[in-house]
Design a protein. Sequence first.
Length: 369
Amino acid sequence: MKRIITLMAACLIAATAFGQELANFQRGGGRVVSPDIQGDSVTFNFRADYATYVKLSSTWAGTVDMRRGEGNVWTVKMPLPAPEIYTYSFLVDGVSVNDPQNIMVQRDGQRFLNMLIVPGERTENYGEANQRGTVRAMWYDSQLLGLNRRMMVYTPYGYETNPKVKYPVLYLLHGGGGDEEAWTSMGRAAQILDNLIEKGLAKPMIVVMPNGNPGQQAAPTLDLPTKQVTEQNAYVKSLVTEIIPFIEKNFRAIPKPDSRAISGLSMGGGHTLSATALYPGTFKYICPLSIGSQRSEQLDAQLQGIKKAGYKLYWFGCGEADFLWESAKQLDAALTANGLEHTFFVTDGGHTWANWRRYLNTFARLLFK
């Protein structure tokens, strides 16, 4: 009997410990919810038993003090910002800490940041669609760069079940400090394309997101060795002469200029300008973002080459608060002076993902039509 009682006690202790352990995985044991959106307000909660101060650091409200409440839960309630994707963290005695109750995280270079997605018309295509495509991590050998490199490739819903269907391709390029995961992590590219395609607002397409840092094999999170690449436009040359053939060999991509689009933000916008200047006619849909160019005879010659080779769409966007706004206006003027029909999509805001997500959500509807 004594042995049975001892065994039962041991089981009870184990069950209690397991319950407590399990509770820690369930949003802080169900005791803390953060962020908590209620109507037109959002509340952030963070348990910090020994902290002397806790602050909320956000991209929409700056740094805001939080107040200690019952059970050492620090809280701040604030008006809900306009629909968009924002990032935030907590400052605990000066140390930046992520919200342990929020599983929504994006990676920005070396930083992992919590996301607050405020629902609304602006963000309706940033969430998960009912019909979802697939994002693959693809490795390819670059003879030009001397590296085995990784890129992300999105294929639309139905790609696997319709083996006879071929698709146009958008080559979507990241900016400085980013890598091949930037557009899927911060740009919500897969969600945007899924929603647009499901709603019939965009053509089903393949989206190729390469790593624009020529000395990197892949994103820094893989901790692979890097190298110095000094050749000018080495990445752009690899994109056109190596990545495009790889995609058209290994995916059901339509191998024609009319079925190729290129777009990139900031540094990737520069790559877009370079690729279309060096290889006119390769891409019939051209969409640089948050980038510009100084007026020059060289730029005029490059634009004339693009005009002569032919294109179907030249669309570029920039925010009026962007530090590249003046050069974007010069690119607009150069396109006009050289007789290239185009769309200059002007928004408020600056050099931010809020704009780049908006641009993709806008120009993707115009491709391959």
